[in-house]
Design a protein around this ligand. Structure first.
Ligand code: AMP
Ligand code: MG
Length: 367
């Protein structure tokens, strides 16, 4: 650890238990005074967790290396895993990028504010503490009134990774944030359940061909249509083994994993249902509590201790929105084994399955 990191770590040891204020924000009638108070915390180098349209973020002043070090410390995040910088105005991108690629302008025009993060070369204003030592920086303009107001009131650009303990599922409600960070940060802004539920799409614009480093709500097809050119998917995130490293440092870490062993079962509906029911019965005879993760359309076909519905398969947005909450629920219910249906839905199936496969440690059974 570097000296500054040691100092900030010690600060936590000394404070040990910070009182965390959890405040409800009415997103239709945002309390200005409250947002000013939250903004002052950010501007003074402290951390505030806040809702975005994707997941809850843990925010700090992106240009203050000590604030970034506090984020890593509160999350227990490996310090080589860079943070995404959240902005409220396109001109902020110009302030921190070495140059703004034409593709960034086109994509911002089409998708900002929204669930798209762009990677560009950084200039000297951005500390390496925020980019995990990289010469590039990830930037996004969130589409959430509380997030945008917090950025404006703080007068800062806000570095914010997901507001979970490193390795746990990303938080989609303020209560998830509190589970992980209560006593470690001064404030959580509770803006209710998020709309999208999975993290932003990340597109790298620093190479010849734009490349998606993390799939999300904005698909490759959507990007490619706006840019009028080919967009690639980072081959490192498809590999289930270590043969290819993902380009986004964060994608290599074990993620989202519930405590219980999880298996995804893929195939025709009838075959999946019988396989899971038989496997659940076997586990039960071994006195292991089983959870099944299913779509609303098929949930009634399972006879396990616990059947959790991800929502309607015909409404893939519901599945994305419920995914992380359900993984957290499996931990709360203390099950010993989890069997999940596959959710390769038409539009954002890639993004959903990317998270689910990681949660299952890539254990998939074809039936
Ligand atoms: P989170 O903020 O928790 O959603 O994680 C941010 C993700 O963005 C991680 O997977 C990071 O590795 C990735 N990321 C952030 N900055 C960069 C960058 N400059 N280059 C590549 N990946 C990045
Ligand atoms: Mg995260």
């Amino acid at each position: 650890m570097k000296r500054r990191e040691v100092a900030i770590f010690m600060e936590y040891v000394i404070i040990k238990h910070m009182k965390t204020e959890i405040v409800t924000v009415d997103i239709n009638n945002i309390d200005e005074k409250l947002m000013e108070r939250a903004g002052v915390l950010i501007a003074s180098g402290q951390l505030v967790a806040f809702p975005t349209e994707t997941v809850y973020g843990l925010g700090g002043d992106a240009l203050d290396p000590e604030a970034s070090a506090r984020i890593y410390s509160a999350k227990g995040r490996p310090s080589d895993n860079p943070l995404i910088v959240h902005i409220a105005d396109f001109s902020d991108l110009e302030r921190i990028a070495q140059e703004v690629p034409i593709q960034a302008r086109k994509l911002a025009e089409a998708f900002w504010p929204g669930p798209l993060t762009m990677i560009v070369r950084k200039n000297d204003r951005v500390p390496y503490a925020t980019t995990g030592g990289m010469d590039t920086v990830a930037i996004r303009m969130p589409n959430h009134p509380v997030a945008l107001e917090l950025i404006r009131k703080s007068g800062c650009m806000i570095a914010a990774p997901s507001a979970n303990t490193s390795g746990r599922p990303s938080p989609t409600r303020a209560s998830h944030v509190a589970e992980d960070l209560d006593g470690k940060i001064p404030m959580i802004l509770d803006g209710g359940e998020v709309g999208i539920g999975i993290e932003s799409t990340i597109v790298d614009l620093t190479e010849e061909v734009p490349m998606v480093l993390r799939p999300g709500y904005i698909t490759i097809e959507m990007l490619s249509e706006v840019l009028g050119e080919e967009v690639k998917l980072d081959p490192g995130i498809i590999a289930s083994d270590d043969t290819k490293k993902p380009k986004a440092p964060g994608m290599k870490y074990k993620h989202y994993a519930p405590k219980a062993d999880m298996i995804i079962v893929e195939g025709e509906e009838d075959a999946v249902v019988s396989y899971i029911n038989e496997a659940a019965e076997r586990k039960r005879s071994e006195k292991v509590a089983v959870a099944v993760i299913a779509a609303e359309e098929t949930r009634e076909r399972y006879c396990a201790d616990i059947v959790l519905s991800m929502g309607r398969r015909s409404r893939e947005d519901e599945i994305a929105q419920h995914l992380y909450g359900i993984l957290r629920q499996c931990d709360e219910l203390n099950v010993g084994a989890i069997f999940s249906e596959s959710f390769s839905t038409p539009r954002i199936g890639n993004a959903i399955m990317n998270r689910l496969l990681k949660a299952a440690g890539h254990q998939v059974i074809q039936v």
